[in-house]
Design a protein around this ligand. Structure first.
Ligand SMILES: [Mn+2]
Length: 326
């Protein structure tokens, strides 16, 4: 059931022993929102625990409170007892791993995804907010917690805002997002400390990315670029995340493609475009997504054949596509 933000704040105020969780494969917004809200609630004298049922990337160790995040044991998960409220942030209850089963408290769900179907007892969704942390920023004010003097909380909220907006560059960034970020800076957050820490990567990852980029191809008169990694190439690489972002920037390219065969005949395709409908291409092969960002998969066919089919669909789409003149 949908509730107002004021009702969400009242629900938090009435609870005394609160468990916070967020989605698996946690990103900066999931972790930042969880820890930001934890700091706010602890400053109000509440008992508050954060559980995430997944690994947390090392880069997030800069977040104050990171060390108190708990994960249920893999083999022998213990029930999470004593809570009078379970807060689910940045997702719905179906993407929190085993936390929903282990913690039987009433649920308060706070999210910024329009696709949230409000199945939880109490759900607050605002799809106009760029990050869940942007909602936490509003919630903290309703709870009467000042930003000033709460730099740890502000650092966590800022990280959520920054990571979900590509450091305030994506189309979801609004004046409201910027004002929330400004409040965090006023509370003492140093933005470059966060961005520099988050962009750090192991040497091996950059080396692997460089090797993968060495396989780049360009075709269709420069309108398509791609990296094709069959399982022998994949075996040489330790890290291929973010590859698509490195090639989608190429001038004149209407489409960028990354094709990965992690295991033999298990192939994942990512596509980005500047306007060409890549969701329609993905859909042909059982995938989908957004107009400018989509994906699909191929199973039980050789890499070369999957590549041939995909490229035929891309070539046909490019032939039919007239990019709008800017
Ligand atoms: Mn988010």
């Amino acid at each position: 059931m949908k509730i107002s933000l004021q009702e969400a704040a009242d629900t938090l105020r009435q609870a005394q022993n609160i468990v916070i969780t967020a989605h698996i494969n946690p990103d900066g917004d999931a972790i930042g929102s969880s820890l930001g809200l934890m700091h706010a609630l602890q400053s109000l004298g509440k008992t508050c625990r954060v559980y995430l049922d997944d690994d947390i990337r090392d880069t997030f160790r800069i977040l104050p409170g990171r060390d108190v995040i708990q994960r249920p044991d893999k083999e022998n998960p213990q029930p999470i007892t004593g809570a009078d409220l379970l807060v689910i942030l940045d997702t719905t209850s179906d993407r929190i791993g085993r936390i929903g089963k282990l913690c039987q408290a009433p649920v308060l769900n706070i999210d910024h995804h329009v696709t949230n179907d409000a199945q939880a007892e109490k759900t607050y969704v605002d799809g106009s907010r760029a990050a869940c942390a942007e909602i936490v920023h509003e919630l903290v004010q309703l709870l009467g917690v000042p930003f000033e003097g709460h730099k740890d909380m502000a650092t966590c909220i800022y990280t959520g805002l920054a990571t979900d907006t590509g450091f305030f560059s994506f189309s979801n960034t609004t004046a409201h997002t910027m004002r929330a970020a400004a409040d965090m800076l006023a509370a003492g957050v140093v933005p470059n400390v966060i961005s520099e820490a988050l962009e750090k990567r192991p040497f091996e990852d950059v080396q692997s990315l460089a090797k993968a980029l060495g396989y780049i191809e360009i075709w269709h008169e420069g309108r398509a670029v791609g990296v094709f990694l069959d399982h022998t190439r994949m075996a040489e690489l330790t890290h291929t995340e973010g590859l698509i972002d490195n090639i989608r920037v190429i001038e004149g390219a209407d489409i960028a493609v990354v094709m990965k065969e992690k295991e033999e005949k298990k192939i994942r395709v990512s596509m980005r475009s500047t306007g060409l409908d890549v969701a329609a291409i993905g859909k042909k092969f059982g995938g989908g997504g957004h107009v400018r960002a989509a994906g699909c998969g191929f199973r039980e066919i050789p890499f070369a054949e999957a590549r041939r089919r995909l490229l035929a669909a891309i070539d046909a789409a490019l032939d039919a596509y007239k990019p709008a003149k800017v």
